[in-house]
Design a protein around this ligand. Structure first.
Ligand code: NAD
Length: 413
């Protein structure tokens, strides 16, 4: 059975083949440079202790310190964390930011925690991985079920060890302690930049009908941006609670404020309900999976009607589905390009932290657009030159940069 890790390795293997990487270098890139497993004991509010397992994986630190989020999830595994760390290496390299790839996770059900328990878990995890993280080693960020609040706790815990570097060892912090106000919209904005390049490439005509499968932070931001562009019509949205589909278009201007309110769920909206898996197969021009991994797979790929898929989530399409989509002539803009706006803006947050300056949204927007347009053009050129999918092209561009840096730096000792 394929897993996130075997899928990530298969992507690397194809890139190594295209790039004719020397065997020894290919083998090095197949393994993370460093992985650490930690047990995270916390005091529960009811008075007893409970121990959770967590990981921090640094796949590559060749282009700079490791960079990657930390997720709290009941199904998190070491293998998945390794896969996500590897994808971060190619993503950072692809969009030309001076970071390696890393990822962290704690296997837990965060819905069972009080705020105080959540804080104890975050702080204890941070202290357990403290020896391997920090500004020059590995920079943490939010991911599934973690956010600004957790990053503030990570930063505060890090300050017990090194007050000077703590702010630049974490991104996705609250604005009051050096976070970037642009971070919240950056992934969605970057995805829309890639979407615009892709519809231009495919010569789609308005109205372009879009389904957003996973209407959380990323999905809702995409909906908000597209609702102001008359060329697009958002016809479907879903979250874990349910989905809504309206061929004539949904009123995103009215829906977003309802969902932005605490506890707002798609299942509570007016309209004919369909299930989240059915929405993936609904009639549309563009499908944006923006929830969890593996949702487009061998079981449903034949029924997908979109002609363009732009991946907001990490790893939403299995490699088997990738192959079928390519055969069907469906264009797919891969995760490491389409959702890279988040990590680019994290880099901007880091630069602003080092400089002690805050950039305006206009400045962030202009830089983001420029970096993503360049990466898109490079990936498209690589795909056309080698007659390969945009995913294989994007991974090849990222892998090549990391491999070139390895060769220039040489091997210690
Ligand atoms: P989020 O938790 O805010 O939103 C996820 C949404 O998906 C929620 O609305 C949830 O209800 C929904 N969902 C979960 N399972 C679903 C299912 N089976 N079907 C339909 N909907 C489902 O998370 P987010 O920050 O929006 O991140 C979404 C994805 O994008 C994740 O894979 C994340 O790794 C990736 N990503 C996020 C960022 C970022 O800046 N937030 C950056 C890069 C990648």
């Amino acid at each position: 059975m394929s897993t996130a890790w075997s899928e990530a390795r298969a992507q690397l293997d194809r890139a190594a083949d295209t790039l004719r990487l020397p065997d020894g270098l290919h083998e090095m890139l197949r393994e993370p440079r460093r992985s650490i497993e930690v047990s995270v004991p916390i005091l529960r509010d009811r008075g007893d202790r409970e121990t959770f397992i967590g990981w921090r994986v640094q796949h590559s630190r060749t282009l700079g310190p490791g960079k990657g989020g930390v997720r709290f999830h009941p199904e998190a595994t070491f293998e998945e964390t390794k896969a996500l760390a590897m994808l971060m290496s190619w993503k950072c390299a692809l969009v030309n930011i001076p970071y390696g790839g890393a990822k962290g996770a704690i296997r837990c059900d965060p819905t069972t925690f009080s705020d105080a328990e959540r804080e104890r878990l975050t702080r204890r995890y941070t202290s357990e991985i403290l020896p391997v993280i920090g500004e020059a080693r590995d920079i943490l960020a939010p991911d599934i079920n973690t956010g600004e609040r957790e990053m503030a706790w990570v930063m505060d815990t890090l300050m017990t060890a090194d007050a000077r570097a703590a702010g630049t060892s974490v991104t996705g912090k609250p604005v009051i302690v050096g976070g970037s106000s642009a971070r919240r919209m950056a992934t969605s904005f970057g995805l829309v930049v890639c979407l615009l390049r892709a519809v231009e490439m495919l010569e789609f005509r308005a109205p372009i009908r879009v389904v957003i499968a996973g209407y959380g932070n990323v999905g809702r931001g995409v909906g908000q941006i597209l609702s102001t562009d008359p060329s697009f019509q958002v016809v479907g949205i879903s979250d874990v609670s349910g989905a809504r589909y309206a061929p004539e278009g949904l009123d995103i201007g009215a829906i977003n404020p309802v969902l932005n309110a605490t506890g707002g769920l798609v299942s509570g909206l007016a309209g004919e309900p369909i299930s989240p898996p059915e929405l993936l197969e609904a009639d549309c021009d563009v499908l944006i999976p923006a929830a969890v991994g593996g949702v487009i797979n061998a079981d449903n790929v034949d029924r997908i009607k979109a002609k363009l898929i732009v991946e907001g989530a990490n790893g939403p399409t299995t490699s088997e589905a990738d192959r079928v989509l390519a055969e069907k002539g469906v264009t797919l803009v891969p995760d490491i390009l389409a959702n890279a706006g988040g990590v680019i803006s994290s880099h901007f947050e880091w630069v602003q932290g080092v400089q002690g300056l805050a950039w305006s949204w206009n400045e962030v927007e202009e830089r983001l657009r420029h970096q993503l347009n360049e990466a898109f053009a490079e990936v498209r050129e690589q795909a056309e030159r080698n007659d390969m999918t945009l995913r294989d092209a994007a991974v090849a561009v990222g892998v090549k940069r990391v491999a070139d840096a390895h060769l220039v730096r040489g091997l210690y000792p």
